[in-house]
Design a protein around this ligand. Structure first.
Ligand SMILES: [Zn+2]
Length: 200
């Protein structure tokens, strides 16, 4: 047999073994690198491992140092809003501009995953799911997830919309969230009484 007629010396066998092991390590490293790259790339939605979630713009996350205007619809938080809500916001913003008011959108459409994380963060912050639910709805109840709500950043803009928004159907829908607006009435009609909080 070939092996018997040309036996590998112990040294050669060791070298061969090390080379093979080295090759396997390189292949494993490449596989791990590829997996990590895919996980944290923009394709993350389909290959997210359980337990790890890093929200991105694709989830509707707006960075805390970013102020989106109603025209920044390249951002999914705006692009995935109900078009009727976005139209109403733009028309209202045009009118508010005359009063020197700018709407800074701090939150709009959100993915289910982002909403779930916000609720988990709120539970952590308030130390109780019951209190957290007063501020953050569950993913299946949130009007942000369906693209039917926006949060507006500055007090003067919030007060402006509370006073004038109904002309475009824009209403504050939760009494404890003066930043949260939805299209909740027909343009020009009265807004419904805000609900007490996000528990509905
Ligand atoms: Zn909101």
């Amino acid at each position: 047999m070939a092996v018997l007629s040309h036996p590998l010396s112990g040294h050669r066998r060791l070298v061969l073994l090390l080379a093979t092991a080295g090759g396997i390590v390189l292949v494993l490293a490449a596989v791990v690198t590829l997996a990590v790259t895919l996980t944290f790339s923009s394709f993350a939605t389909s290959v997210r491992p359980a337990g790890i979630f890093l929200p991105t713009e694709e989830d509707g996350l707006i960075a805390s140092d970013t102020a989106l205007s109603v025209d920044d619809d390249s951002h999914p938080a705006l692009a995935r809003l109900d078009p009727a809500l976005l139209d109403a916001l733009r028309a209202a913003q045009a009118a508010a501009e005359a009063d020197g008011i700018r709407f800074d959108i701090t939150s709009g459409w959100r993915s289910v995953d982002l909403q779930r994380q916000l609720l988990a963060d709120a539970v952590h912050t308030y130390g109780s799911e019951d209190v957290a639910r007063q501020y953050v709805a569950t993913p299946d109840a949130s009007s942000h997830v369906t693209g039917q709500a926006v949060d507006i950043g500055t007090l003067d803009a919030q007060l402006w919309i509370i006073e004038h928004g109904r002309a475009w159907g824009l209403c504050q829908t939760y009494a404890n969230e003066r930043w949260h607006f939805e299209r909740a009435t027909e343009p020009g009609d009265e807004c419904p009484e805000p609900k007490l909080d996000a528990r509905g």
